[in-house]
Write a protein that binds this ligand. Structure first.
Ligand code: AMP
Ligand code: ZN
Length: 478
C-alpha cells in the first residue's frame, strides 16, 4: 500500500559485493536501467527470468513508495543481429522487427508492466558517436589503423572494480593468443567498429561504421536517466565484460559516477543443466505454452526463488508453482462462496496487519520474494481457518480481497481473472469449473439429480473433486 511513506530497501550491490542500504540520488525518485534483449530470435525462458525479476523490482520499488523510471534498451545492432539478418538476406530493421514484437508480446503474456522507454540502439547512433568523440577528445579512446575506435583501458585505473577482473593478470597470456595487432593493447575494447563489406553502416567522424555493443547501453542509459543514476540491472553474464566496460567508458566520458547500485539475476537452468541450443532445452515461452504450461504458472515459478539464486526449471518445480497458485485460487473460491455475516474477525485483522508488515519487509530485504510469499501463505492459512470456523462476514471478505490486491501490485500473479488463459493441468479453467458447479447447483435445486450427477462425473473425469458443505460446494484438483 502506498500511503506516501517510503521504506528504504537494502540491496546486494555487485559493485562492492555487499548488502547496502539504498538511497536514491533524488528524493523519492528512482531511475532503473535494465539491459534488454538482443533481437535476433525469440527470448528464451532464461532471458524472461531476468525481465520478470526486473519487473518485480520496479513494482516493488513503487510499492515501497518510490516514483520509478525504468528504461530497457533493445539491442537491434550487434554482431549477432547483423550475422543473422545477413544470413536471412534481410536488412537489419526488417529482420529485427518481428523479434521486437515477440519480445513485447512475451512481456505482455507474463504481465510484465511496460517500462517508461524501450530505446533501440539503431535510433541512438548520434548519441553514441557523441560519447565516443568525448572519449577520443579526453584521451580515453583512439582510432586504430583498421579505422575502428578503441577504449584505452590503460587510461582507467579503476577498471575491474565491478567484476573483480584483474588487468595485470589478464595481460600476459591473452596477448599471445590474439592476432588483433591493430590495438595498442589487447585488452582495449571496441567503441566504434569500422565498416566491413556487407554490414550496415552509419557515418561518423572516423568514417562509416557501427557502434560496439557496450557503448549502446552507456549512451542510452545516460540519455534517459542522466549521467549518474540509481540502479543498473542485468543477468550475471552481463557483469563482465559488458557492465565493466559500460562503467569504464561512461565514467571516463563524464568524470562522474555512473550507476550506483548494480543488481544481477542469476541464470535459469533446465533440469540442472545450462540451457543450450545443442541440448535442445533453450525453451521459449510459446514452446512452454504448447506443452500446456500456463504463463501465470511460469510467472509464479519465476517469483518463487530469490533472484541471486540459480533457478532450476523442472517438471516438479512447475508442479509446485501450480500447487501454490491453486491454494490461493481455492481460498478465493471459498471466499466467493461464504455467506456468513457477523462482526469483523480480530484474528483476520491481526493477520492482515502482519501480512502487510512482513511482505514489505521481505521486499525491502534485497527483494526477498520467498520471504514475502511465505508471509502471504501464512495469511492464507488464517483466512482458511476463519472460513472454516464461519468467522468471515462480508466485511472481512472484502478485507481479504483488498489484502490480495495490495500484494498483487508487486506479484502480478494472484488474480486468475486477470489472466486470459486459465487453463490448468486439469484441462479445465477455474472459471469453467465454477460455471459447471453453478449448473450442478441449479440442477439439484430443480430436482434434476441425474443432470447434477452427470456434471459431477464430468468434473471428476477432469480430476476435479467436489465436496458439498454447509457453505456450498468446494472443489479441488485431485
Ligand atoms: P540477451 O538477449 O542475450 O542480450 O539477454 C537479455 C537478458 O537476459 C540479459 O540481461 C541477460 O543477462 C539475460 N540472460 C541471458 N541468459 C539468461 C539465463 N539463462 N537466465 C537468466 N537470465 C539470462
Ligand atoms: Zn546492456
Amino acid at each position: 500500500m502506498n500511503d506516501g511513506t517510503i521504506t528504504a530497501p537494502r540491496f546486494y550491490n555487485t559493485l562492492g559485493r555487499s548488502l547496502q542500504s539504498f538511497t536514491p540520488l533524488r528524493d523519492g525518485k528512482v531511475g532503473i536501467y535494465t539491459c534488454g534483449p538482443t533481437v535476433y530470435g525469440d527470448p528464451h525462458i532464461g532471458n524472461l527470468r531476468a525481465f520478470v525479476f526486473e519487473d518485480v523490482l520496479v513494482r516493488a520499488m513503487r510499492y515501497l513508495g518510490y516514483a520509478v523510471t525504468q528504461v530497457m534498451n533493445i539491442t537491434d545492432v550487434d554482431d549477432k543481429t547483423i550475422r543473422e539478418a545477413s544470413a536471412a538476406g534481410l536488412d537489419l530493421d526488417t529482420y529485427t522487427q518481428p523479434y521486437i514484437d515477440s519480445f513485447l508480446a512475451d512481456l505482455d503474456t507474463l504481465h510484465v508492466e511496460r517500462a517508461s522507454e524501450y530505446p533501440r540502439a539503431t535510433r541512438h547512433i548520434d548519441e553514441m558517436i557523441a560519447m565516443v568523440e568525448q572519449l577520443v577528445d579526453n584521451g580515453h579512446a583512439y582510432q586504430a589503423e583498421d579505422g575502428s575506435v578503441y577504449f584505452r583501458i590503460a587510461s582507467d585505473e579503476d577498471y575491474g572494480r565491478l567484476s573483480g577482473f584483474r588487468l595485470d593478470e589478464a595481460q600476459q597470456g591473452e596477448r599471445v593468443a590474439s592476432d588483433e595487432y591493430e590495438k595498442e593493447d589487447i585488452r582495449d575494447f571496441v567503441l566504434w567498429k569500422a565498416a566491413k563489406p556487407g554490414e550496415p553502416t552509419w557515418d561518423s567522424p572516423w568514417g562509416p561504421g557501427r557502434p560496439g555493443w557496450h557503448i549502446e547501453c552507456s549512451a542510452m542509459s545516460m540519455k534517459y536517466l542522466g549521467e549518474s543514476f540509481d540502479i543498473h540491472c542485468g543477468g550475471v553474464d552481463n557483469i563482465f565484460p559488458h557492465h565493466e566496460n559500460e562503467i569504464a567508458q561512461s565514467e571516463s566520458a563524464t568524470g562522474k559516477p555512473f550507476a550506483h547500485t548494480w543488481l544481477h539475476a542469476e541464470h535459469l537452468i533446465v533440469d540442472g543443466e545450462k540451457m543450450s541450443k545443442s541440448l535442445g532445452n533453450q525453451y521459449t515461452l510459446s514452446e512452454l505454452v504448447e506443452k500446456g504450461i500456463a504463463p501465470r504458472v511460469l510467472r509464479y515459478f519465476y517469483l518463487s526463488v530469490h533472484y541471486r539464486q540459480k533457478l532450476n526449471y523442472t517438471a516438479d518445480a512447475v508442479e509446485s508453482a501450480e500447487g501454490a497458485l491453486r491454494r490461493i485460487d481455492q481460498m478465493r473460491f471459498r471466499l466467493d462462496h461464504t455467506q456468513e455475516d457477523g462482526p469483523p474477525s480480530p484474528k483476520l485483522a491481526a493477520a492482515g496487519k502482519r501480512l502487510q508488515e512482513e511482505f514489505r519487509a521481505g521486499l525491502a530485504d534485497d527483494l526477498n520474494l520467498s520471504e514475502a510469499l511465505a508471509a502471504l501463505f501464512r495469511y492464507v492459512k488464517v483466512v482458511n481457518v476463519e472460513i472454516e470456523h464461519l468467522k468471515l462476514g462480508e466485511w472481512d471478505v472484502e478485507r481479504v480481497r483488498q489484502a490480495l490486491a495490495d500484494v498483487d501490485q508487486v506479484l502480478g500473479v494472484l488474480d486468475p481473472a486477470q489472466w486470459e488463459e486459465k487453463e490448468s493441468a486439469s484441462g479445465l479453467a477455474d472459471k469453467e469449473i465454477e460455471e459447471l458447479i453453478g449448473q450442478r447447483r441449479e440442477a439439484r435445486a430443480g430436482g434434476d439429480y441425474s443432470e447434477a450427477d452427470r456434471i459431477r462425473a464430468l468434473l471428476e473425469s477432469h480430476g476435479i473433486v467436489l465436496e458439498d458443505t454447509a457453505q456450498g460446494t468446494r472443489w479441488k484438483r485431485g
